[in-house]
Structure formats: structure tokens, C-alpha cells
Design a protein around this ligand. Sequence first.
Ligand code: C2E
Ligand code: MG
Ligand code: MG
Ligand code: MG
Length: 282
Amino acid sequence: EAKYNSPKYFRVFNQKLHSRVRKTIEIEQILTNEFDPEELVVQYQPIIDLEQRRLAGFEALVRWQNPRLGYLFPDQFLPVAEEIGIISKIDEAVLELTCANIAQWRQQTTALDHIRVSVNLSQNELVDLNLAQRIIKTVERYGLKPSDLAIEVTESALMSNVRFGKRILMDLRESGIGIHIDDFGTGYSSFGHLADLPFDVLKVDKSFLLQAHESVQRMTVLEALVRMSKSLEIPVVVEGVEEREHLDLVCALGCRYGQGYHFAKPIDRDKVVDFAETFSFA
Ligand code: C2E
Ligand code: MG
Ligand code: MG
Ligand code: MG
């Protein structure tokens, strides 16, 4: 349309694009030359057991606080970190911080005794056959039980590394560490593909719930995913429970777990104990 062809629109668009590209280049330079894992911050988002109406665990989500770049969210720097090959350093730092935090929280309260915290793994790591052993060692080093931790890998990451991925998941499973398949429904696999992979929980991507009310198609797929998981006895976490109506919907569908802003946004590590002690399902 006329607007999009006008010189003014083009100039504004061009400036925006230009500053985005410049920021990405700056991120890349800093990550490459002076990345400091001490600048990483981990927030924790509650995962709620909708059947038992209690806190089931948390997901660890990384942020990067850099003096020059400011406070960055994963989507802004993880793709760059993957590209330049330092993503495993970040995931390792997040695992260390998470284990240290669990150990600290446990000294402050018993409200977290039965919860499990999950950390995300990049697809680049599913090529490392020592990965499972490294994770298990870290958990032990902090005096935690394997059942205190879970890992999250996306469906598409697994599908692009099926052979190694399966081996790694089997090793983790055997140790007692939990396994979440993340962003389920956005890749190209099916329940059939999952059948011979070991895992504990499927996390249905938030796009399904967030669009369920506008898109009949999304709603139908969400219903089908939940129904099929139930008949296969696979527990499901539905992401993106933002509103009361989302919660009503996932409860009506019979989903076991929910995660989203309705319960809590990702919270700072020093707020976790208080959250766990005061949480009540409403
Ligand atoms: P994810 O693993 O699917 O994590 C869920 C994302 O959804 C988080 O975004 C969370 O803040 C957001 N979210 C939670 N509830 C709601 C909601 O109700 N509504 C909406 N609109 N969003 C919600 P975040 O923290 O920006 O993380 C984005 C992605 O970055 C994560 O998606 C995960 O794939 C990746 N990531 C985060 N931390 C790490 C990490 O330590 N290592 C790796 N490899 N990836 C990570
Ligand atoms: Mg995740
Ligand atoms: Mg997810
Ligand atoms: Mg996601």
C-alpha cells in the first residue's frame, strides 16, 4: 500500500532495521571477546500441578545483565551464542547456578523439598555423549538428588539429533533426572516419533493456548494433543496460562500441569522461597 512505499516509512523502517542489526553485531562482539558467565542471571518460573493444586516445580530461564548492553532476554542473545559456539558454556553456567540455588533454598525452607527444577538444553549439546555424565556429576557436587532436576529439550532439537539424543536421554533417565520435551507441537514430529524416546513430561508450546480462543484450528489441535497424551498416559504441561480463562480451559481439558503469567512470571532467585511458602491455588 501507499504507506509502505512512502520515503518516510522506508526511512523509519530502515532505521529500525539498522539499529537492530547494529545491536546484534554488538552482542556478537561482546559474546566472542569478553563474555563473562558471571553476568548471567537465572529466573525461575513456577510449574503448577493442576490436579493436586500445588507447586510442582520451576523452570530456570536465563537472562544476561551486561554493563553495556543492559538486561537481555534469551531470544536476544541465545541464537548468537549458538552460532558462535558458546551456548554450552551458558547452559553449564545456568545448571551450576540452578543447583547452587536449589541447595540454598532447601536450607531456608521445607516448602521446596518435593519440587523439581528444570533447565533448558540447546540442541547443540545433544551431540556430546558425555553430557548426561556431566549433568549427573554436577547434581551430585551440590549434594542434590537426581530427582531434584529435570532437563528440557525441544522436540525439534531431538528430531535433528535422534541417535545421540536418545542415548543421552536414556542415560539421564536411568539416573533419575527428569526429562521434559519442550515446545511440543511446533516441530514436525508426531506421537509416533516420541514413542521410543524416554521422557516424563510433554510441554505443549504456549502458542496453542494463547491462540486457542481466536483460532478454532489451534483449539482443536490443543484438544487432540491433550486427549492423545491422556490415553498414552503422558503427563502434559501446558505453557502460556496467562489468564483465568486459559486456566479454566486447561483444567476442563484435564491437563496435569500448567505454567504461565496467571500463576507467576519468572521470578528472581531470592523470591522463590517466599513464593513456595505462600503459594495457594486460586
Ligand atoms: P521455553 O523453554 O519454552 O520457556 C518458556 C518461555 O515462555 C519463557 O520465555 C517464559 O518467560 C515464557 N512464558 C512463560 N509463561 C508465559 C505466558 O503466560 N505468556 C507468554 N507470552 N510467555 C510466557 P523466555 O524466558 O524469554 O525464554 C525463551 C526461550 O529461551 C525458552 O523457551 C528457552 O527455549 C530458551 N532458554 C531460556 N533459558 C535458557 C537456557 O538457560 N538455555 C537454553 N539453551 N535455552 C534457554
Ligand atoms: Mg523450556
Ligand atoms: Mg517451551
Ligand atoms: Mg518456547
